[in-house]
Design a protein around this ligand. Structure first.
Ligand code: IPE
Ligand code: IPE
Ligand code: MG
Ligand code: MG
Ligand code: MG
Length: 292
């Protein structure tokens, strides 16, 4: 099966699961609508796909994986709703549609993000994984989302708009704001599979760090090279806000050279695993070649 087919299959799978989670009666249906608006708007579902892909590579039954795949997308979608808020990147377009705070209002967008974050942990807590694995999944996701993961990366990003960063600072920022959730996706796949081999986990984490950083380097390049329609978010947003990015520091060619270095490191990290890692290699290709 081609990567495109596989991504399509995983997207459908996680979307079906998410839809079920968000179809309950509510005293204020607007909140649930705004959550759905933030979730179901053409996201690529890269993080859930990674959870499925790693679990599948390790031989897992995918029925064990749905809750963890849904949970990581809830966290990611919440992070995007908040990232676009006026107090953060102040963007009006996301996934080709008005951002959540424009379609609804700021308070509703903040609450939709908050509620998606809670839903992620609710879903994992209620999953039927063995309790040790379930607790590990909660630990992985909470670590990656919080003050040592995505949130601190976002905070650092906002605090350094217009300020010069050195390469180490830039790399640390990208590792936190974007890499952390990509690493969590890969670790959740390992947890869901029931594999207990820590060497396998370490190699997968190595792979995830390279593709996680590559993902944000590519995002920064696309901000310059792609058009708004293809991106589904405003082209040039980083430049306009004087964001610290790889192209800003290394130039466009320097950023592209970094991207190809990271791609090679990702492949090297998993090559010796005693599994068929073709899908994970194809995913690394996709992350550096993607057009949006
Ligand atoms: C965008 O993530 C934000 C970053 C972390 C770079 P994606 O490019 O995965 O966004 P969607 O989910 O496909 O919209
Ligand atoms: C956002 O980075 C990373 C998150 C944790 C949401 P960006 O601010 O570059 O993401 P886009 O370009 O708005 O999607
Ligand atoms: Mg941002
Ligand atoms: Mg942004
Ligand atoms: Mg960006």
């Amino acid at each position: 099966m081609s990567l495109t087919q596989q991504l399509g299959e995983y997207r459908l799978r996680v979307d079906t699961h998410l839809d079920q989670l968000l179809t309950v009666s509510s005293i204020d249906p607007v909140l649930q609508e705004a959550m759905k608006y933030g979730l179901f708007n053409g996201g690529k579902r890269v993080r859930p796909a990674l959870v499925y892909m790693v679990a599948n590579t390790l031989g897992a039954d995918l029925n064990r994986v749905d809750d963890l795949a849904a949970a990581i997308e809830c966290i990611h979608s919440y992070s995007l709703i908040h990232d676009d808020l006026p107090a953060m990147d102040d963007d009006a377009l996301r996934r080709g549609k008005p951002t959540c705070h424009i379609a609804y209002d700021e308070a509703t967008a903040i609450l939709a993000g908050d509620a998606l974050q809670c839903l992620a942990f609710e879903v994992i807590s209620a999953s039927n994984l063995p309790s040790d694995d379930l607790i590990e999944a909660i630990r992985v996701l909470s670590f990656a989302s919080g003050h040592r993961g995505m949130c601190v990366g976002q905070s650092f990003d906002l605090r350094h708009e217009g300020l010069p960063l050195n390469l180490a600072q830039l790399e640390a920022m990208h590792h936190h704001k974007t890499g952390a959730l990509i690493t969590a996706s890969v670790e959740l796949g390992w947890v869901a599979s029931g594999c207990k081999d820590v060497q396998v986990r370490a190699q997968l984490v190595e792979y995830s760090k390279a593709i996680g950083l590559a993902f944000q380097v590519k995002d920064d390049i696309l901000d310059i090279e792609a058009d708004t329609e293809t991106l589904g978010k405003p082209q040039g947003s980083d430049l306009e806000k004087n964001k610290p990015t790889y192209p800003a520091l290394l130039g466009l060619e320097g950023a592209k050279a970094k991207l190809s270095e990271l791609h090679q490191s990702a492949i090297a990290a998993i090559e010796s695993l005693p599994y068929n890692v073709d899908a994970l290699k194809a995913m690394a290709d996709y992350i550096v070649d993607r057009t949006h």
